[in-house]
Design a protein around this ligand. Sequence first.
Ligand code: HPA
Length: 274
Amino acid sequence: MNKSDNLMYREAADYLASRIPGNPETVIILGSGLGSLADQIELATVIPYAEIPHFMHSTATGHKGNLIYGKLGGKEVLAMQGRFHYYEGYTMQQVTFPVRVMKLLGIQNLLVSNAAGGINPSFKVGDLMIIRDHINMMPNPLIGPNNELFGTRFPDMTRAYDRELIRLAEEIATSLNIPLKKGVYVGLTGPSFETPAEYAFYGRVGGDAIGMSTVPEVIVARHAGLRVFGMSVITNEGYHFADDFVNDGADVIVAADRAATVMTTLFRELIARI
Ligand code: HPA
């Protein structure tokens, strides 16, 4: 049923296995403006997405379109510098394609990052938030015949974000004096930003931060049994609006870029300990 999809995952994974001189267990997906983490990867092999069979191209601003192999925190890692969003016009299968390729490559841990709007009024621009749970407002990427190669029809999402990885990240943050928030990420399609009424609505139903990515990859990763850790960088505040306020994608990238250094430190130390 999923034969041609599985062939595509396999071809991409086989190609990457031929280009990667090792066996990384962790992949990091870098969100908008957070691609600079990749500069910290030692002995890097850079593989442009365009060279990987069946990979999509990255069109979103702040997303470069490279898969990078190398060492971070003394461990082998892969980093996706640029991800695919539903709002770019990709199908959910295309958005999550790399996650299944990673699974076939032997990856066990997914570290995922994003830029997000803060809807918890205690969150400020530049804050880092550990994602402890999510609310999915996008189409579910697992809709359609279940792909038995990867997982079960009705995958559990009770602990989508790994408790042990959250505990470790909090321990590291405390020891390095890095202030962290923790909360619920609301994933929606975009590409329009939310109205003030929508920000307020998602805050009332339990969201702390809001963005246009991450949830599809996390659902497909959990379906395939990967361990997931997620972090949002708060790039704008969706709870009070000055009369002349305008939500601007360029400001989001600038704010994410500033926070990238701290997030990189945290990810490096986390990787060193998993
Ligand atoms: N809303 C949705 N996505 C986002 C936001 C936001 O406010 N900020 C960064 N990504």
